[in-house]
Design a protein around this ligand. Structure first.
Ligand code: NAD
Ligand code: LMR
Length: 328
């Protein structure tokens, strides 16, 4: 094994997403089958959570993963984030039935000020941060603003689950394989206001918009199904999505680290004014990635329906930001 290990911090490591995520990171699905990892796992200091984390680590040990070069378990963010190259911020309260993700802001926002500060102090200056804990965009914004010595572009939020959900709905509607879909985008907030946009998408070179040719389906079925999928899963399972969320986190980090070969994916990233979004708002954009950097796809035509949807999701993000300004 020639590569030296990288440090991967995961918070909420004993939670349901953590349980679906860690084994896949450890097996090399996130950073490659030739990349050893040191797992730095954070849970709340409470005895029950730390015990549960011990159990997860026993299971990781029992998998005898060749790529695992070490495991650290801790209740202290500064230990978990020490020299971290990747940080997956999952630990946060999930919503229950009847709640919106933004209802979690008051419960979860403080977690991300504390963790942003800890990242600022001890993480690698190149750390790639993915915020999964909800409301993911605004939590990523809080962490970014709490880490002024790290580049803002290192902070991202997870919209990949929405992207994957949209792709799966399009594959079912068109009867085409999901991995043949190119140039799909999800704009905005990880919330029901998100705008999943297949106007530019193609399958085998054919336009998805033309293949579907049904604007009523887009407006009345596709957008609400993708936008409310999280709630539908909570209603069915009694718990929020976990395996599909972990899968999306793996997809997001893998593509960021290893590149997309020109393929578009959706990431929530700080705006630099692209498409009229105010600077630093963490917004879902179509991106391509190369050499460990993402690049927003620019120059796309925004028609009046799309502009309305983008304005709507931006308005919600600005309201969420306003609600946390006292923390920053
Ligand atoms: P969970 O309750 O099963 O696990 C969360 C874990 O985080 C718990 O073990 C808890 O002890 C831990 N935790 C809480 N505060 C912490 C802190 N300050 N530091 C470290 N650990 C902490 O929840 P889950 O189902 O794993 O979901 C986690 C979060 O991910 C929720 O906020 C959920 O809404 C969100 N989520 C986001 C997406 C997305 O697409 N962005 C998808 C699914 C879930
Ligand atoms: C999801 O989209 O499944 C997650 O954000 C969990 C939730 O609260 O919906």
């Amino acid at each position: 094994m020639s590569k030296s290990p990288v440090r991967v911090a995961v918070t909420g490591a004993a939670g349901q997403i953590g349980y679906a995520l860690l084994f896949r990171i450890a097996s090399g699905e996130m950073l490659g089958k030739d990349q050893p990892v040191i797992l730095q796992l954070l849970e709340i200091p409470d005895e029950k959570a730390q015990n549960a984390l011990k159990g997860v680590i026993m299971e990781l040990d029992d998998c005898a993963f060749p790529l695992v070069a070490g495991i650290v378990a801790t209740g202290d963010p500064e230990v978990a984030f020490k020299d971290a190259d990747y940080a997956l911020l999952v630990g946060a309260r999930p919503r229950g039935p009847g709640m919106e993700r933004k209802d979690l802001l008051s419960a979860n926002a403080q977690i991300f000020t504390a963790q942003g500060k800890a990242l600022n102090k001890v993480a690698s200056r190149n750390v790639k941060v993915l915020v999964v804990g909800n409301p993911a965009n605004t939590n990523a914004y809080i962490a970014m603003k709490s880490a002024p010595d790290l580049p803002a572009k290192n902070f991202t939020a997870m919209l990949r689950l929405d992207h994957n959900r949209a792709a799966s709905q399009i594959a079912a509607k068109t009867g085409k394989p999901v991995d043949a879909i190119e140039k799909l985008a999800v704009w905005g907030n990880h919330s029901p206001t998100m705008y999943a946009d297949y106007r530019f998408a193609t399958i085998g070179g054919q336009s998805v918009k033309q293949l579907i040719n049904d604007d009523v389906w887009n407006k009345d079925t596709f957008l609400p199904t993708v936008g409310k999928r999280g709630a539908a899963i909570i209603a069915a399972r009694g718990l929020s999505s976990a395996a599909s969320a972990a899968n999306a986190a793996i997809d997001h980090m893998r593509d960021w680290a290893l590149g997309t070969n020109g393929k578009w994916v959706t990431m929530g990233v700080p705006s630099n004014g692209e498409y009229g979004i105010p600077k630093d708002v963490i917004f879902g954009y179509p991106v391509t990635t190369e050499n460990g950097e993402y690049k927003i796809v620019e120059g796309l035509d925004i028609d009046s329906f799309s502009q309305e949807r983008i304005d709507f999701t931006l308005k919600e993000l600005l309201e969420e930001q306003d609600g946390v300004k006292h923390l920053l």
